[in-house]
Every structure is written in C-alpha cells, then in structure tokens.
Design a protein around this ligand. Structure first.
Ligand code: ATP
Ligand code: MG
Length: 231
C-alpha cells in the first residue's frame, strides 16, 4: 500500500447499492470535496445515506475504482489496515473494554500506550482524567469504574487522537449530556478535528454551528453543499 499525500478527500460520481438492495441505491451520483482543515456537518433524514457515506470512506463496503480519492490517491490503492488509521470513525456507541483507561485509549496496542497521556492533553482532557479515581490507570469495564455516555465519547476521541488520522468521521451520539461533559465533548471535538478533515454526522444543532460547511443528503443524493454562514 501507498501512503496518501496529505490533501483533500474527494468523492467523484459515486453510486453505491448494497448487494441486497434491489430498488434505489443508497448513494446516487455523489460528488463532494472535503478539504483539509475544514469541518463538515453531514445532515439528512433517517435513511438518507449518511452512515453509508461514512462506510464508503473507510471502505467498510466495496466501492468501484475511480470514485474516492485521498490526496489524489484512489482509496482502492491504499492498504486497508493503514487506510483505517488515516480515516478514522468515531462510532455512535463506544465500546469500553475491561482494562485501564490507558489500555482502552491504546486499544491494547503496546506501541500506542505511551501516547495516551499526550492524546488526553491534546484534547484538553487532562483535568477530566485527573478527576478519575486512578487517572489513566483507572480500571474500566467489568466491575471497574463506570463512565457516563459522554465520558465514553471522550474515550472514543482519545482512541482516535493517539492514531493521528488525516480524516475524522464522527457519527455523533444522540444521548443528552450534562453541561460539564457537553462542554468537554465540544472542546475535544474542536481539537480532534483541528488541521484534519472533519466530517460530523450531526444530530445536535450545536455541532452544526461549529462546522465550516454543511452537506445535506436526501434519498442518497447531495441536495445542498456549501459553507455555513456564521453568525
Ligand atoms: P440514520 O439517520 O437513520 O442513521 P442514514 O442517513 O445513516 O440514516 P443509511 O444507514 O446510510 O442512512 O441508509 C441509507 C439506505 O441504505 C437506507 O435505505 C437503508 O435502508 C439502506 N441500508 C443501510 N444499510 C444497509 C445494509 N446493510 N443492507 C441493505 N440496505 C442498507
Ligand atoms: Mg446512520
């Protein structure tokens, strides 16, 4: 596999149909440019194709050659495992594993353990970690310390941050957060997306306002794409 040059993420005339989808395709002739350093709110009704687009961009589904490019390189020419480090997805639900917070952040990859503290600091979460009973050594999952849904998101962000990807896709959780956690999630989101390509499948109005651009999907097609007028 090749290392992509840092650059834009481009989708060109992509039509995608799930193999068991007999009628209309999930994505229809989608063309979009996601520019480095900018963040995009991806919105649309249920079934409009938001999650499918996220799957396409990580090659979680098969796509035709010549439809998606990262830094000018066809996604199909990139090593799949590496690709998933360059284009990272924060899922809607975070799975917490039995282990320490640091192990959860590194996903038990010994070569990433030493990056956990750094990632937490880069996200502005040092104070939050200090409030936990054992800091980065706090045991989570399976009888360990229990995190709130919002705190689980902070773990998910830290997991992405240690891997330093070029593109971050955030499938935002719908859960209500307490004000303190909400503020932390907001700040961590900003820091996670800074200097990268950020794509937020937005469920909260607040994150839409933070984004530079908005993309609206309807029935698998892009019906609107452009800069968000800031207040
Ligand atoms: P939501 O807001 O509910 O998460 P979405 O915008 O993410 O919706 P998708 O999940 O991308 O929508 O679905 C787009 C279309 O593709 C829908 O018609 C859906 O039924 C269909 N679809 C999604 N996943 C599959 C699958 N695994 N197999 C077949 N069809 C699918
Ligand atoms: Mg979805």
């Amino acid at each position: 596999g090749r290392t992509p040059t840092p650059g834009d993420l481009e989708v060109s005339h992509l039509t995608f149909r799930y193999s068991d989808q007999t009628r209309k395709p999930a994505l229809r002739d989608v063309s979009l440019t996601f520019a480095r350093g900018r963040s995009y709110a991806l919105i649309g009704r249920t079934g409009s194709g938001k999650s499918t687009l996220a799957k396409v961009l990580t090659r979680a589904v098969d796509i035709p050659r010549g439809t998606v490019f990262l830094g000018g390189t066809d996604l199909l020419d990139l090593d799949l495992e590496e690709l998933r480090r360059w284009i990272a997805v924060v899922p809607q639900r975070t799975e917490i594993l039995a282990g320490t917070l640091a192990e959860n952040i590194a996903l038990f990859d010994p070569s990433l353990l030493h990056r956990a503290a750094e990632a937490v600091a880069e996200l502005g979460l040092t104070a939050w970690v200090a409030e936990l009973p054992g800091g980065l050594a706090t045991r989570l999952g399976d009888g360990g310390h229990v995190l709130s849904a919002g705190q689980e998101q902070l773990v998910a962000f830290s997991r992405i941050m240690v891997r330093d990807p070029q593109v971050v896709i955030l499938d935002e959780a719908t859960a209500r957060l307490d004000p303190v956690t909400e503020a932390r999630v907001q700040q961590a989101t900003d820091r996670l997306l800074a200097g990268r390509i950020g794509i937020i499948v937005a469920h909260r109005l607040s994150s839409v306002q933070q984004c530079d651009e908005v993309v609206v999907l309807a029935d698998g097609a892009v019906v609107e794409a452009g800069p968000l007028a800031s207040s």
